[in-house]
Ligand binder design. Structure first.
Ligand SMILES: O=P(O)(O)O[C@H]1O[C@H](CO)[C@@H](O)[C@H]1O
Ligand SMILES: Nc1nc2[nH]cnc2c(=O)[nH]1
Length: 267
């Protein structure tokens, strides 16, 4: 066990008595979900030994423990991106710490560009698979045998039962393949055309590192993308983070409803 994970875990455990089994990661413009947590206890990422901290606009940078729609959770209000300068292994440290805290399920959310032209901005899409085009892997380096195998299976990363239960409640929910790039530039139109040929429906700059470490650690994931914009070149207009955050906030009620139902379908 990486002693940094042990130290991060011990710090958090010394502050929080709650033992949630579900973690949520909030993507750009989706931080409002943290405000729905009842009896919230906050820990700033900057106070946790060895933790990275959020620098991306619209990412708060704290753990929020409490109750969300009847379930004990820890919400990661703000995530860590490769483009901020974090190493994928920094993301590994965070997820391994959650594993030590007893997390068994992860609800991952992100804001993504819509490559699939049947999507419209504001759609909430269930991610059914990912393509890692970050040319990085958080598991590179020595393996933490006490957390997971050297060569993890990725098929098991997604909680397919949880996905089925959510689809029963939202039969019209679209599903898609998310391709991850490092960013921070948005894509060129040529890249989007290429990614479409690769079978991607959504593009973003996060989520895959977290998902890989979930697969390694045996944490089962459910992933929602908010398609905040049509990907580069689909429309003539330029892309901006302001638009991403604005559209994510526009669908706040719908997004909260999806997360509420996704938690309620769990026993
Ligand atoms: O993936 P999340 O954190 O939702 O954020 C997405 O939105 C930002 C770009 O507007 C990038 O950070 C991209 O990854
Ligand atoms: N890479 C990438 N990330 C996004 N996040 C929100 N929209 C986009 C996009 O179009 N591309």
């Amino acid at each position: 066990m990486d002693k940094r994970v042990r130290e991060a875990y011990e710090y958090i455990a010394s502050k929080i008595s709650l033992k949630p089994k579900i973690a949520l990661i909030l993507g750009s413009g989706l931080g409002f979900l943290a405000n729905e947590v009842k009896n919230a206890q906050h820990i700033s990422y900057k106070d946790i030994p060895h933790f990275p901290y959020s620098t991306a606009p619209g990412h708060e940078g704290k753990l929020v423990f409490g109750e969300l729609f009847g379930k004990e959770v820890v919400v990661l209000s703000g995530r860590f991106h490769i483009y901020e300068g974090w190493n994928p292994t920094d993301i590994k440290l965070v997820i391994h710490t959650l594993k030590l805290l007893g997390i068994e399920r992860m609800l991952v959310t992100n804001a993504a560009g819509a490559i699939n032209t049947s999507y419209t901005p504001g759609d909430i899409v269930m991610v059914k698979d990912v393509i890692n085009l970050m040319f990085r892997n958080p598991l590179r380096g020595p393996n933490d045998e006490d957390i997971g195998p050297r060569f993890p299976d990725m098929l098991g990363a997604f909680d397919r039962d949880w996905m089925e239960k959510v689809k029963e409640v939202f039969p019209e929910m679209k599903e898609g393949v998310y391709i991850a790039v490092t960013g921070p530039t948005y894509e060129t139109p040529a890249e989007i055309k290429a990614f479409r040929k690769l079978g991607a429906d959504l593009v973003g700059m996060s989520t895959v590192p977290e998902l890989i470490v979930c697969a390694h650690s045996g944490i089962k994931a459910l992933v929602f993308s908010c398609a905040t914009n049509m990907a580069a070149g689909v429309l003539e207009q330029p892309l901006s983070h302001e638009e991403v955050v604005e559209v994510a906030n526009k669908v706040k009620e719908k997004f909260i409803e999806v997360v509420r139902k996704a938690l309620e379908v769990l026993e």
